[in-house]
Design a protein around this ligand. Structure first.
Ligand SMILES: [Zn+2]
Ligand SMILES: [Zn+2]
Length: 329
């Protein structure tokens, strides 16, 4: 089978390797995999969790081709969305309602930029979801699940300011718009701003930033001064850091907002399996809306073009199709 190997920063190679064997896991024929922010970061600069040579990619769907008998919720031939990790459901964090912080998560052992993957027994029972409508929007399940996890914790706001109109910011915008929130997005990059406007979203000019009254601000980009937006917030609002920062990064904020105005600052990281299930349901219902966000799709053999596109930034979610139209499994 073909698999796209990451060999170090800016080095990828399509290799022919042996297909995974079904020992006690479920074998999935991967159809399409999204390129995630983490894949891009790794591709550009490397990542402590992904030591080359390795296969990246974790946002995929495909078809069950082999499964052990104890996996009763799936049949061979079913279309499935693959959750890249799942919480244990029984540890202290899970019981406290913080499943995304579970320390006993199960994971996919290998990346999904490959024609087949094996999902191990301990992950396959809960991390594989049967889907009725396969399609490119399914690669958004994992990032959308992260949005849903955040809204589960902080609620649906009345007025939200989203700083950063990339894939995550836009998923927030769509998910909250559908639920009646008044959404404004700050996105300086022209291509993205006009893409968002075409989607019917309210993109703000930076000088309109005097407007106040947001009960939630989502920082969906890694920026140096995320707390500058606190002045625009209602008392008691929440400011959420959705973009990740390096471990040793320090930011400054004015504690006046925390004490006298009771603004809550928090972050949000990852998803839980119920969030993932809800994301799939949402993608099924609002399929047309979300699928617009997958702006480019390449065959895996065109991986260089796909990563070039990632770098010029005139795109939202990009997916790689793992099979050529005329290729046999
Ligand atoms: Zn992802
Ligand atoms: Zn747990």
């Amino acid at each position: 089978m073909k698999a796209l190997f990451y060999l170090g920063p800016k080095k990828l190679e399509l290799r022919d390797i042996e297909e995974p064997k079904n020992e006690d896991g479920v074998v999935i024929k991967v159809l399409e995999t999204g390129i995630c922010g983490t894949d891009i970061k790794t591709f550009l600069r490397g990542h402590h969790l992904f030591k080359p040579p390795t296969i990246l990619g974790h946002e995929c769907y495909g078809i069950v081709v082999e499964k052990p008998a104890f996996v009763e919720h799936l049949e061979v031939g079913d279309y499935v969305a693959v959750a890249p990790y799942g919480e244990c459901g029984v540890c202290e964090k899970c019981r406290k309602g913080l499943p995304e912080l579970c320390k006993n998560k199960t994971y996919l052992p290998s990346g999904c930029f490959a024609q087949y993957i094996t999902v191990p027994a301990n992950h396959s029972l809960r991390g594989l979801f049967k889907i009725e409508k396969p399609g490119k929007q399914v690669v958004l399940a994992e990032p959308l699940a992260c949005v849903i996890g955040t809204v589960r914790k902080f609620g649906v706001p009345e007025r939200v300011l989203i700083v950063g109109g990339g894939v995550m910011g836009t998923l927030f915008a769509i998910y909250l718009s559908v639920r009646g929130t008044s959404v404004r997005i700050l996105e300086p990059f022209e291509w993205r701003a006009s893409f968002l406007k075409d989607m019917g979203l309210d993109v703000m000019e930076p000088d309109a930033l005097k407007e106040k009254g947001y009960d939630m601000v989502v920082i969906a980009a890694t920026i140096d001064e995320p707390f500058q937006y606190m002045d625009l917030m209602q008392d008691g609002g929440s400011l959420l850091l959705f973009g990740g920062y390096p471990k040793d990064k320090r930011l400054t904020l004015n504690p006046f907002h925390l004490h006298y105005r009771e603004i809550v600052v928090s972050g949000s990281f990852g998803y839980s399996l119920p969030d993932f299930a809800e994301a799939l349901e949402e993608l099924g219902i609002e399929n047309e809306l979300y699928s617009k966000l997958v702006t480019h799709s390449y065959s895996v053999s065109e991986y260089d073009k796909a990563f070039e596109k990632v770098m010029d930034k005139e795109c939202m979610k990009i997916s790689l199709r793992m099979w050529e139209n005329d290729e046999k499994a």
